[in-house]
Design a protein around this ligand. Structure first.
Ligand SMILES: Nc1ncnc2c1ncn2[C@@H]1O[C@H](COP(=O)(O)OP(=O)(O)OP(=O)(O)O)[C@@H](O)[C@H]1O
Ligand SMILES: [Mg+2]
Length: 244
């Protein structure tokens, strides 16, 4: 059997005085969309930050099955992790407001060594998000919140993700933008991307996810297919707003 693309084992992480992740274990297979759901403060963003090397765990292993075999991401610097193909689209977008839309997009291309495919991939990003072509020369700060999220996703795509880590892509967006973002996530999967998706919008996340994990106070308490979790009574009460 193929090794998972990403295998996290026994991850423990502290932030300040708080022990935020407790023996976290999860895996992601190639081509899957895996949803990580949980309440505010559960440790979802911290998990992504540990994968992308922004936070160093106390213990545990994050094995990424790269082109030259498995590597332990906990030993690599964030730049090396991006170059290995693990791309983090962070909470709060983190775009550069005074740079143009195009300049922001091109920042995504910095870790790449191959430049020849870039024009075609920029075209693809513009197809997914036509607004980014229309506004290419405007300051990114002039985009609406939803448009900024599209910019952040477009920038991540230009980094050529093997594994894309999406932190709350629908947060604060109007319904038509949310639909668009979820459409794009599905398109990306159909083109072979593997995605770890964090969402407060658990209903939509579980609908498109192959599998999901529920994180409570830094511990994985449930896992299953997206459909199983969406039917689970506890999940329905806690995350799907089902009071029945
Ligand atoms: N910079 C920090 N320093 C210390 N503690 C932090 C820091 N950032 C987050 N924490 C704590 O770590 C825990 C996990 O936070 P994290 O941001 O991973 O949660 P989350 O599941 O992403 O929540 P949300 O849904 O609100 O984004 C929380 O208790 C939080 O208060
Ligand atoms: Mg978060």
């Amino acid at each position: 059997m193929n090794a998972p693309l990403l295998a996290i084992e026994g991850l423990n992480l502290r932030r300040g005085a708080t022990h935020v992740l407790h023996d976290l274990t999860l895996d992601i297979r190639r081509g899957e969309i895996v949803a990580l759901i949980g309440a505010n403060g559960a440790g979802k963003s911290s998990t992504l930050q540990a994968i992308s090397g922004l936070l160093r765990p106390l213990s545990g292993r994050i094995a990424f099955d790269g082109p030259d075999g498995a590597i332990d991401l906990t030993r690599l610097a964030p730049e090396a992790i991006v170059r290995a193909g693990v791309v983090h689209c962070p909470e709060g977008r983190q775009i550069f407001r005074s740079l143009t839309v195009r300049e922001n997009l091109m920042m995504g291309a910095y870790p790449r060594t191959d430049r020849e495919n870039l024009p075609a991939e920029l075209d693809r990003v513009h197809e997914l998000f036509p607004i980014l072509a229309e506004r290419a020369k405007l300051a990114a700060g002039s985009l609406s919140g939803g448009e900024q999220m599209m910019l952040a996703m477009g920038r991540s795509l230009l980094s050529k993700p093997v594994l894309l880590l999406l932190d709350e892509p629908s947060l604060g967006l109007a319904p038509q933008y949310i639909e668009r973002i979820f459409d794009v996530i599905e398109q990306l999967r159909s083109q072979g991307a593997t995605i770890l998706l964090i969402e407060q919008n658990a209903a939509m996340a579980l609908e498109i996810a192959d599998r999901g994990y529920v994180l409570e106070h830094g511990r994985i308490t449930l896992t299953g297919t997206g459909a199983d979790l969406a039917r689970n009574d506890e999940v329905r009460r806690a995350y799907l707003g089902d009071l029945g």
